[in-house]
Design a binder for this molecule. Sequence first.
Ligand code: ADP
Length: 531
Amino acid sequence: MAKLVDIRILQREYLLAISRALTAELDLHDVLRIILQSAVELVSGRAGLIALHDAKTDSLRVAAVYGIPVHLVDHFAPLLRDLPTERDSIEQEVELTRRLQKIARDAEMGLTQMVRLPMVSGDQAVGVVYVFLAGSAYYVPQDVNLLLRSFAEQAAIAVKNARLYQQVNQEKQRLDAIIEQSADGVMILDAASRITVFNRALSQMMGRPAAAVIGRQHDEVFQWHSLKTPMDLKKALANGWPLPGAAHLYVEGDVQRPYADDDQSADGNRISLGVTYAPLMDSDGRMTDIIANVRDLTRYREEESLQKTFISVVSHELKTPVSIIKGYAGTLRRQDAHWSPEVVDDSLTVIEEEADNLNDLIDSLLEVSRLQAGTFNLEVSDDVFLPEVAANVTRKFRSQAKNHQFVLKFDEAFPLVVGDERRLTQVLNNLVGNAIKYSPDGGDIIISGAVHPQHVTISVQDRGIGIPEHQHHRIFLKFSRLDNALSRKTEGTGLGLFLSKAIIEAHQGRIWFHNNPDGPGTTFTFSLPKD
Ligand code: ADP
């Protein structure tokens, strides 16, 4: 019996075991079991049970048992039910004795006596510890009782810590999920500028999986190709950033995405980034982490450069016909010259053609602005006969393209399609016009039409300069002209294919191209649904 053993030695041993368990970051149930075992052994008891209060269901649930075989645990359920209020201690005592007697009968463990120790944290009841004794009843001495109460207190502390830990853990998981799911790129660096967090948006932006950059130095991953702001993070840190109370650091520039053979998504292009670095300080004013918010500014930069291109292309394309018209008109008006009817006729033809060019350009610009304003509507009829449209287009171009031979190859019984004839003509005009412009050495231009079960396709094949592989994604963009000698020499706005794509997509069709497999040149193809 514990009363016979030196209680102080036991006390020291048990408290040591409990405090070890508390600091060893064990599972809460392990800690509770150690406390329970100590309590039961202290009074040479038979068994013990700890029940915790579940705030959600407002009831007690068994959290640890000691000395109770699993199949008998259910018999202890009466101890989990509500008791008469604590204040009415006699009534409570009577009720508890009644319950213990029932359990003793049901469980047949020879239990004769029970100590009940409420677990309280602050002013909150977190649970209860029961210690059961067998054999003849004895009076639990005051010092043993005090020690048992301190065990119950320890158990309450362990529960409180575990709940706090769980809360912190949940909060951390929530924060991790927010960072991971953020649409902006987010990265966290440690005090030595090593990457510790790299979220999904950022890894997509940079074309690198998080696993490939975590633990690496920031400067290894963010190698600026060019900077728009005065300094990058490295330089700022060398200059003493962050100063106490200092604002965030903003760095903007271009970085190169990696070329990776095994990763198709990493296409190796250059992207423009804006990065805001915010220092995280500890209470001593030392920087512990840097949180960086990364934005992809590539689209914005592209738009900016498109605007510039737009102004230069359009002003050039508008000015050329205007100056030609003005030149011819001025010449014809000269009082001192008498022009033959042929010269007058040729000059007026030029004026007319240039006025048409101007008109086409203005029409294209209006179409683009309608597209942007969302007021682009088709004027649809159900009897567009594409072989005829193609024949008209080639007739128009025949006089200007002396080096080229036009070949029309349409499947038999080519059906009428539903569409906007004027705009489909515009698409073919553009494709055939490009085929001529970008095949300066001439050659066949084959316009073919094929009938498929659900749709028809029209292709325009040339034997020209082709389109380099890496430019494929740009070709249908607004104002995009490929950077080759021919594009620089030939007139054009880079609007043709952009508008063609918009027109075909408005017809529920698709447009694409490939370089010819059997020789030079390109084939552009579009599809249209067959009703
Ligand atoms: P534009 O011809 O007015 O420049 P487009 O939008 O029609 O504008 O074409 C965009 C760019 O695509 C052209 O500048 C040219 O570099 C390229 N391109 C279009 N069609 C062809 C083709 N058939 N062969 C080679 N390059 C082409």
